[in-house]
Design a protein. Structure first.
Length: 169
């Protein structure tokens, strides 16, 4: 999901630091002050949404915890998106967060639940294996191969330039 620049412009690093403590080693954000009857100072901030992200409400606006962590630690909002290196959306340790473009962030997605080949970008089409990868939000077809190993090798070669955002499988 793309960052909401207008909403982010409403919250400064100073205001976020006034309300929250961030532990970069654990990724935990805690309230510094009592913000409601049910939320006490020292309580862990936020709830996990259906997508696995921790969301925190500040001044009637909802923010994702990983973006708040970046703001509090670095003093400014990230320019683009943030990627969770290990793919765990609730793991907001500073060592697990990195700046990413939309394409890089999408490239680091997990395999879909209905994936039957066991490898991202590889599917079985009849007796052959088809290999694809994404570029600029569009699928790029690499080709069809007789064996799974050939399809994997072709996909690996085609995406080698992606560097650290390359998926593990």
């Amino acid at each position: 999901m793309k960052p909401n620049r207008e909403k982010e412009a409403l919250l400064t690093a100073d205001r976020a630091r006034e309300l929250l403590d961030y532990d970069p080693e654990t990724g935990t954000l805690r309230w510094k002050i009592r913000v409601s009857q049910s939320v006490l100072a020292g309580a862990v901030a936020g709830t996990t949404d259906s997508y696995g992200y921790v969301r925190i409400i500040i001044d009637s606006h909802t923010y994702r915890a990983h973006r708040l962590a970046w703001l509090i630690f670095h003093g400014k909002w990230p320019d683009n998106e943030l990627d969770h290196k290990n793919g765990c959306r609730s793991d907001n340790r500073l060592s697990n967060l990195r700046k990413a473009t939309r394409g890089q962030n999408m490239f680091n997605k997990k395999k879909y639940a209905n994936n039957t080949s066991g490898h991202t970008g590889i599917s079985k089409r009849g007796a052959k294996f088809s290999a694809v990868y994404g570029r600029n939000g569009r699928p790029v077809r690499i080709g069809s191969f007789l064996t799974l190993e050939e399809a994997i090798a072709a996909r690996e070669a085609a995406i080698a330039y992606r560097g650290e955002f390359r998926p593990s499988a």
